[in-house]
Design a protein around this ligand. Structure first.
Ligand SMILES: [Zn+2]
Length: 331
């Protein structure tokens, strides 16, 4: 019988405290110790900030660690718990999923105490840390094979009051994009577990594949804006500059907004994220490398929309998504 997941320190201590979330061992490996930081200034909002859910999205862990020192100085009330790396096994391997069991941590929530290591991490977070928060920011970055603008995202939520509060929280990041993302692969997401408990849950995304100073500055500004909006820190939100513009917009996208590759090959983008396109505009071209013809295949916008994400730097299979488009949100 393995012991239960637990913390090695007292979260309720006033001020800054730190220690580990211990994920018990199982048949596949021994226990894991995940560094956790608690910034407690008494009564007020209760926030959990996590990064490193997917191991090839490294901006989140960096920004999560950066805000710890800032909060230690700036926080005026409430409690913030920061877990910079949810899945150290995936981060160490620069892999979306955990190499040991092949699982995507963001599809196994709320986890299983007697499951494989990824399921045990989810179980420990769900049982030990999630009950300590009313709001969760999970810092993702879309991974290395997509261009994606700095965004705060959520999914459609059946509870319309929670939906409205979540969209307001996402908009408070003041990032170039706030996105309501409807897709068919939400079972086992951290979001769903938190929302089922009535919590406001916002994901941040930022695609591009490399950790760069400009991107990190926008990302960090967004997180700071959200901490101010929650009332944890005094200050005035800033509007980060992205592609020479200081603007924000709230969009929605559905499964039918994915543009798929018509053949296997190399995708060449012909537009940039947040470009407005009309029906028939060229979004990109597909180069089938197994063909004796040198002709490429055009991929065009199905209707007036805004380019949300665009595939980069990878060979694609037939029917694999190469672009995502979106429209202004109608709540
Ligand atoms: Zn992710």
């Amino acid at each position: 019988m393995s012991k239960a997941p637990h913390l090695t320190f007292d979260l309720h201590e006033y001020g800054v405290s730190r220690g580990h979330l211990v994920v018990p061992g199982g048949a596949d490996r021994g226990e894991l110790s995940l560094p956790v930081f608690s910034l407690n200034r008494g009564e007020g909002p209760r926030l959990l900030v996590t990064g490193g859910n997917h191991g090839n999205e490294l901006e989140g862990p960096i920004v999560a660690r950066r805000i710890i020192d800032w909060l230690a100085e700036a926080q005026t009330c409430g409690r913030v718990i920061v877990l910079p790396v949810l899945n150290p096994l995936a981060v160490q391997a620069w892999s979306r999923n955990t190499p040991l069991d092949g699982l995507n941590l963001n599809r196994v929530f709320p986890g299983r105490a007697d499951g494989s290591v990824t399921e045990r991490i989810a179980d420990a977070v769900s049982r030990v840390l999630l009950p300590m928060a009313d709001t969760v920011f999970d810092l993702h970055s879309f991974g290395p094979t997509w261009h994606f603008p700095p965004a705060a995202t959520t999914h459609p939520i059946a509870d319309l009051d929670l939906m409205a509060r979540t969209v307001r929280m996402a908009e408070a990041f003041n990032l170039p994009l706030t996105l309501v993302w409807q897709h068919n692969d939400t079972a086992g997401m951290f979001d769903i577990t938190a929302q089922n408990e009535g919590k406001v849950f916002v994901c941040t995304e930022f695609g591009g594949g490399t950790v760069g100073a400009d991107n990190l500055a926008i990302y960090e500004a967004g997180v700071r804006n959200a901490l101010m909006a929650l009332g944890l820190v005094d200050g005035k939100a800033e509007c980060p500059t992205f592609r020479q513009q200081k603007s924000t917009q709230t969009l929605e996208t559905r499964p039918s907004d994915e543009l798929k590759s018509p053949a296997p090959g190399i995708f060449e983008p012909r537009c940039s994220v947040l470009d407005e396109v009309k029906q028939g505009d060229l979004v990109g071209v597909l180069h089938p490398m197994d063909s004796l013809s040198t002709e490429s295949i055009d991929i065009r916008a199905p209707g007036p929309s805004i380019v949300l994400g665009i595939r980069s730097g990878a060979h694609v299979d037939v029917n694999e998504a190469v672009a995502l488009v979106a429209r202004p949100l109608k709540l």
